[in-house]
Design a protein around this ligand. Structure first.
Ligand SMILES: [Zn+2]
Ligand SMILES: [Zn+2]
Length: 376
């Protein structure tokens, strides 16, 4: 009996590449292609990035206080917000255990870094682990999960507009930490939230306590230096950090020129889900934010430290072939990504309620409301 082979190396019978086809390689093949040194975590090297970023944060703050000039404040806000984001990425390494092999060091450094930018370390770490373990799964993924049509249709027009009009989605992160995404319940601060298992409650409690301590410190400093000064020193950089986080994490999983597949049931696998992530070139920011744009290999192997991701990606690309989406080369500033973001928000609204391989669909009414036909 002749076996029907629908796909060869991801190509269908017409010779077109289908990104939702089962890949012709295993995750072990990718792992084998990545050089041995890429798996080595060097705590000294990891700590050197912490010292680098923390020094820049304090130097910028000192310069802002010293100058206290409206000419310098906007530069400070952007630079400091970008540094908060870089600090977040180092805490992300701690959360994955790619910072070092020492669990205590990872937890201590992770708590200090994340609490300083008002992120509850364990709460976010655990839900981020859920994201990695279920990425691309419509039902189980965390953060920026596509809404099934029935949930989308229940949203009122103003909520839809808020969710899909720039800049509002770029401020989603604090809302997500407190309330999760539409259709899901739970807070990253509540140990009894259904984001966590009973064994994780203590850890979540510790992180919420650290977060609260930071909030108290900020309130105290605010009283001392005045709330408007504090808003300029910390508040606006925090908002810029939130924009960075939402922009980068959204673009990891959306806004590619070709539609990305999402899976349910038997069609989903760790490998197929991970392969739907997208690498991005952020120009001069690649180094500043610790190569967070190399997301495919990070998704599949989160134990690789950030400083080996570029090398690991290069080695893995020949195995992944067409399933790797080569990022568009950026200039010094990645302006091209703004178009990806706006177009995707205007078009990628919901997925079908059924089907094991689904793609984003567009709510034409909303699309017209947003008057973004010119981006088509
Ligand atoms: Zn991701
Ligand atoms: Zn991660």
């Amino acid at each position: 009996m002749e076996l029907k082979r629908e796909y060869v190396n991801g190509m269908n019978e017409q010779g077109d590449f289908d990104p939702s086809s089962p890949p012709p390689f295993r995750i072990a093949d990718i792992r084998a292609a990545i050089p041995k040194q890429c798996w080595i975590k060097n705590p000294w090297r990891s700590m050197s990035y912490v010292f680098r970023d923390v020094s820049v944060v304090f130097a910028l703050a000192a310069a802002a206080v010293y100058c206290n000039s409206w000419l310098f404040w906007p530069i400070y806000w952007f630079a400091q917000g970008t540094m908060f984001w870089a600090v977040f990425v180092l805490g992300h390494d701690c959360g994955h255990g790619s910072f070092s092999d020492n669990a205590i060091l990872n937890s201590v450094v992770g708590h200090i870094l994340h609490s300083s930018i008002l992120v509850p370390y364990h709460g976010w770490r655990i839900s981020h682990r859920t994201h990695h373990q279920n990425h691309g799964n419509v039902e189980k993924d965390e953060s920026w999960v596509p809404m099934p049509e029935n949930i989308y249709k229940k949203l009122d027009t103003s909520t839809r507009l808020l969710r899909f009009t720039v800049p509002f989605p770029l401020f989603a992160f604090p809302v997500y930490l407190w309330h999760r995404s539409p259709g899901k319940e739970g807070s990253h601060f509540n140990p009894y939230s259904n984001l966590f298992s009973p064994q994780e409650r203590k850890l979540v409690m510790i992180s919420t306590a650290c977060w609260s301590t930071m909030a108290i410190i900020l309130a105290y400093v605010s009283f001392t230096v005045g709330p408007s000064h504090m808003f300029k020193l910390y508040g606006i950089p925090y908002l810029i950090f939130v924009i960075w986080l939402d922009l980068v994490t959204y673009l990891h999983h959306h806004g590619h020129e070709q539609k990305l597949p999402w899976y349910r049931g038997k069609e989903w696998s760790y490998l197929r889900g991970g392969l739907t992530t997208v690498d991005r070139d952020y120009g001069l920011f690649n180094n500043i934010h610790h190569d967070i744009g190399t997301h495919v290999i990070h998704h599949l192997f989160p134990q690789i430290p950030h400083y080996h991701l570029v090398e690991a990606t290069k080695a893995a690309k020949p195995v992944i072939g067409k399933f790797y989406r080569e990022p568009k080369k950026s200039g010094a500033v990645p302006f091209h990504l703004i178009k990806n973001l706006i177009t995707s928000l205007a078009q990628d609204h919901y997925v079908s309620n059924s089907g094991d391989i689904v793609f984003y669909q567009t709510d034409l009414n909303l699309f017209q409301l947003l008057s973004l036909a010119k981006y088509e």
